[in-house]
Structures are given as C-alpha cells and as structure tokens.
Design a protein around this ligand. Structure first.
Ligand code: SF4
Length: 423
C-alpha cells in the first residue's frame, strides 16, 4: 500500500525568509505508520505537488490555520479524481468541522498506536469518517524516531547551508497562555518522552544542529536537568523554546549545547531584562518573540517596547500580530466582545490584523507591526546579527571538534524560518 503524504503550502510573510525548515509533524506521523506502508511525501512549500502520482490513500498533514484553505483545495481536487483523503495534524484539530466537508476521513489526535487501525479499515473498505482521539493520548513511549527518510533533504538546504533537524522530547504543556491553542490540543498535560528514546533519536541524526520544537522545556525541573545531562555528551548544538530561568538549569543547558532560545518578551520589566541577561551571560543567544496588539498596547507603548528590546541587546526579534486562532482563550474573549473582523483563515498569518485592537485602529496596529520590524533591525543590520549567532555556533563546534566543513553558506547568512533558526 502507498500513502501520498501532503504538507500544503502557506502564504509567506514579507519578513519571512525565503527558505524552509524540514517539517516535523509529517515525519513524526510517518513513524507511526507501519514500515510496510510506502510513504511518498510532498512539502508544497518547497516543491510542486504532482496530482497524477499514483497512491492508494492521500493523507494531508496540516500545522497552521493559514494552511487550511490550501489543504481543503488539495483535498477537493484529489477527491474529484476519486481518491480517498484523510486529514490530520494540529490545524485539522482546530478546524475539524470545516475539514470534514473536504475529507473522506478526519483523524484527530496523536497517531502512535492508532494509525495502523486506520490503514486496516482503509484496506477493508471501512474507513471511518472520524477517528477522534482528542485528549486521549497514547503513551509517549510509543513515539518512535521520526521517519526523516521521507524527506528530500536537498530541498531544505539553502545556498549550501545545512538546516537544523527538528526533534521533540515532550508533548503538551501545563500552562494556559491567552493566545495559545496548546491547552486545547494537549489538555494542559506535560507528557515527556522517555529520555533514552530521545537520546537514541538524537544519535540517529547526522546533523549536529537541532531544534527542540517542544512547546516549552520549562515544565518540570528534574526532567529538564536529566534531559540536559543526557544530551551533553552528544555535543549537539541546539535551539529551543523557553527553558527554565534557574541558575542550575541554565548552566546545564549551556553545557548541553544550547545555542539559542526563543524567549517571549511580554513587557519591559526588570524580570525580563534579567532573564535575557542570565541567558546571554552563559553564551546562549536570545531571540525575542513579541506579540503586538494586546489590549494594553498603543503606538507609544510599542515604541517604548522596541527601545527596550534594543537596550537589553536581544540577538534577534520576531514580531507577530496577536491573532485569535480557534480554541484559544483570546478568541473566546474577542468573540464575546464582537471584535473579530473575519474568519478568512488564509489571512490568519500573524502578520495581518484580523481583530479590532483596544487602543489602536486596525490600520495603526498594522503600521506599528511594520514599524517594529524596521525599527528593531534598522541600526543593527539583520544579516550581521544573524551572522553573529552563526559565528558563535561555529566557534562552539570548533572548540569541541564537531564542526563540519561545508555546513554553512559561504559568507551569507539568513534567518531560516518564521519561528526560525539562524545558521
Ligand atoms: S504559549 Fe507556550 S507555555 Fe503558553 S500555553 Fe502555549 S505552549 Fe504552553
């Protein structure tokens, strides 16, 4: 049997780089499918989708809300030719009802230990319209090493630069932040993978540079310490979302090869200033993630925020506009207040205002978003900032003998992804 696994394209933003990271969801999904099922993968962000390629079942994996309209379009085209289409992925869970209109089957939840039933149903001609495992999680010990062999690696090299490999050590999150749908998807449960399985997976990856795409590693102190101690001997260099702001944990992260982290900058407090400093003091770079348009933001606040970011010497900053994605606390609030402008999901890119801000007009917030990108990078030169981080990782690699010649672009650097990576 052959599955054609499709990862639909999404609209690129002006401030986004031209390159792409290898997607994570599809390779994790592929690991949950038995080896005797052939999988042919197409990432529409880097290659043309061939609708004529023969396959028994079409599986569409969707991560982002703004990918959904294209995903539905693809499904409609396949189904018009008589192909059966199944949907999965995070965004499918957020848009389950709409997706059902374009699908033969919708899979909600995590595939480990479950998807082979779907395959059997398909083979027997009894494919169900819905497989609902939302909040019914498989044991994390069932998560296998991602099936990266389905990727065409060449497509993810950018001007000779070796991209990072994405990996995850845990699922879920115990927090409940206002713009985030993870609590809906994961039920506020932190679910670590067995650390020996994570280490085996890291060892299977040739690339020295990794990106832990876990929602947040700062979920359980003892687990985090154990993970970092286990990673350290592998001498990998890695990026992650937040790690715990604790001296011992930060030291362990630095020793384990932490290259840089994403840190949400939510205000201009000393708490944030010190947090960034503690990371930088340990040689860990910081990319600030800044959401613009919360109810306390006006033009003046955003200008002061940019000054603060420059003052605390962030390595990089990524600005997004507050976006009320389905199943987030902020969406419930804005719906109640009748402040959502539309549900044109292709425009839910986090680069466009889709709600009525409290203290600014829609137009002013859009302009302040552009201003933020321009003002932050004006005096610094984005490329030089990126190059600095890149040089840091090369220096670290040279020190511990893991530097591989040819794993960089000769003299050119680029930001790799919207939530991305510098290399
Ligand atoms: S924003 Fe991060 S820490 Fe907050 S709920 Fe979402 S995943 Fe968890």
């Amino acid at each position: 049997m052959k599955i054609k696994l499709v990862y639909p394209r999404w609209p690129k933003l002006k401030n986004q780089p031209e390159f792409n990271l290898p997607p994570h969801g599809p390779v994790v999904f592929a690991a949950a499918v038995s080896d005797d099922v052939e999988i042919s993968f197409c990432d529409e962000n880097v290659e043309q989708l061939d609708f004529n390629e023969d396959a028994d079942l079409i599986a569409i994996s969707v991560m982002l809300t703004c990918q959904m309209p294209r995903a539905w379009e693809i499904a409609d085209e396949y189904r018009a030719c008589g192909k059966k289409v199944i949907f999965g992925g995070i965004a499918t869970m957020l848009h389950a009802y709409e997706t059902a209109l374009h699908a033969d089957s919708v899979f909600l939840g995590e595939a480990e230990g479950r998807f082979n039933t779907v395959i059997n149903d398909f083979k027997n001609g009894t494919l169900k319209k819905l497989y609902d495992f939302h909040l019914d999680f498989p044991e994390t010990s069932l998560i296998g090493t991602a099936r990266r062999s389905i990727l065409n690696r060449e497509l993810y090299n950018f001007r000779g630069v070796q991209m990072v490999d994405l990996i995850h050590a845990s699922r879920g999150c115990r927090f409940n932040c206002f713009p985030c749908c993870t609590p809906y998807l994961g039920g506020r449960k932190f679910r670590p993978r067995p650390i020996d399985a994570v280490i085996r997976e890291i060892e299977s990856i040739e690339n020295n540079r990794l990106f832990f795409v876990d929602n947040s590693l700062a979920q359980n102190d003892e687990w985090e310490k154990t993970l970092f101690k286990a990673i350290a001997p592998l001498k990998k260099k890695w990026i992650s979302h937040p790690i715990k702001d604790d001296d011992e944990i930060l030291d362990l992260a630095a020793e384990a090869g932490c290259w840089y982290v994403y840190q949400a900058i939510v205000d201009t407090s000393d708490h944030i200033r010190k947090r960034v400093k503690r990371l930088k003091d340990r040689g860990i770079g910081v990319e600030g993630t800044i959401i613009l348009g919360t109810d306390d933001h006006d033009e003046d606040y955003i200008k002061r925020l940019i000054d603060f970011l420059l003052e605390i010497d962030l390595d990089l900053a990524e600005f997004t506009i507050l976006t009320p994605f389905p199943h987030t606390p902020i969406r419930s609030q804005l719906e109640k207040e009748n402040r959502i402008l539309h549900n044109d999901w292709a425009r839910y890119t986090a680069g466009e205002v889709v709600f009525k801000p409290a203290k600014m007009s829609v137009d002013s917030l859009q302009k302040m978003y552009e201003y933020a990108w321009e003002a932050f990078y004006a005096g610094l030169c984005k490329e030089i900032q990126m190059a600095r981080l890149y040089i840091k990782v090369i220096e670290k690699e040279k020190r511990d003998g893991t530097y591989k010649k040819g794993s960089h672009a000769s003299g050119r650097t680029r930001k790799l992804s919207r939530s991305g990576v510098v290399i």
